[in-house]
Design a protein around this ligand. Structure first.
Ligand code: SF4
Length: 245
C-alpha cells in the first residue's frame, strides 16, 4: 500500500515517512496554538529524560524556533538512566540545545537505587518535581513530553485510585511551580515511537525497571485491550475528559 504521494506507507495512517512526520509535527504545532502554550519570546525548559517522547518534543520545539533548554534529572537508576542520558547529550550537542543535568546523588545525597524505597516511583516523582521547580525559576514555562497514552492512563488512574494526577494539556503556574504544557498531548505513544525511530532520535528503547511494578502498567494494559477492541478508544477517553472540564 502507498501514501497518496506514491511512496510506501509506514503506518496505519497510510502515510509515507515524510508525510507521517509532517502530520505529527503539524498536530503538535496546532496543539501549541490551540492552547496558547508558549508565548513569543518565552524561555522554555523541556523536562528531558532522553527517551522517545522528550527527544521528539525537543526536536519539534527547536525546529519551530522556540528558545529551549533541556533539563535532565538523573535519579541514579542503574542500567537505564545512563543510556537515555547519553542519547540526550548527543542530541543536544548536535542541535545546539543547552542541557542542564541535576542528580539525586548530588542534591539528595543518594541515588534512587541507594534509597532502596518500597515505593520508588513516589519518591522519584516528589524529588524530581522539587528539583525541576528549582531550575524552572529561571524560565517562563516547562514543557513535558507526556503523550496521549500517558494522559489517558492518568485519567483512569485518578478514577480507580483517587490519584491527584493532572491530565490536562496546560497546568497553570503558581508561586511555587511554573506553568506546565504538554505539546504531545494528542499524539498517541505509538506515533511518537515511530517518529523517534524515523529520525534516529534514540539508539534503543529502554524503560525504567520500576515502571513494570506500577499501578500505571495495569491501566496501560487495560487501555491497550480496549483500543484493540475499539480503535480510537484512548483518544475518545481523553477528548471526553477534556469536554467535561
Ligand atoms: Fe522514576 Fe518510577 Fe518513572 Fe522509574 S518509573 S523514572 S522510578 S517515576
Amino acid at each position: 500500500m502507498s501514501c497518496s504521494c506514491g511512496q510506501p506507507e509506514i503506518s496505519e495512517r497510510r502515510l509515507c515517512e515524510q508525510h507521517f512526520s509532517d502530520w505529527l509535527e503539524n498536530k503538535v504545532k496546532e496543539t501549541i496554538d490551540e492552547y496558547n502554550m508558549i508565548k513569543p519570546g518565552e524561555r522554555v525548559l523541556v523536562a528531558a529524560s532522553g527517551g522517545k517522547d522528550s527527544l521528539t518534543l525537543l526536536k519539534i520545539l527547536k525546529q519551530c524556533g522556540y528558545n529551549v533548554t533541556a533539563l535532565c534529572i538523573d535519579e541514579g537508576i542503574a542500567g537505564y538512566r545512563e543510556k537515555t542520558l547519553a542519547d540526550l547529550q548527543a542530541f543536544c550537542a548536535a542541535h545546539e540545545i543547552p542541557l542542564i543535568i541535576r542528580t539525586f546523588k548530588e542534591e539528595k545525597g543518594r541515588t534512587l537505587d541507594e534509597m532502596n524505597s518500597k515505593h520508588p516511583c513516589t519518591e522519584c516523582g516528589i524529588y524530581r518535581r522539587e528539583m525541576m521547580a528549582a531550575v524552572a525559576k529561571d524560565f517562563d514555562v516547562i514543557a513535558t513530553g507526556h503523550n496521549m497514552d500517558d494522559e489517558a492512563q492518568a485519567i483512569l488512574m485518578n478514577v480507580f485510585k483517587h490519584h491527584k494526577l493532572k491530565p490536562k494539556p496546560v497546568l497553570a503556574g503558581n508561586d511555587a511551580y511554573k506553568r506546565k504544557v504538554k505539546p504531545l498531548y494528542f499524539i498517541p505513544e505509538a506515533d511518537v515511537r515511530r517518529y523517534a525511530f524515523i529520525h534516529n532520535l534514540i539508539s534503543e528503547f529502554t524503560e525504567c525497571r520500576n515502571a513494570s511494578s506500577s499501578h500505571r502498567r495495569a491501566i496501560q494494559k487495560f487501555l491497550e485491550n480496549r483500543e484493540l477492541e475499539k480503535p480510537g478508544a484512548k483518544e475518545m477517553l481523553v477528548r471526553n475528559y477534556l469536554a467535561q472540564l
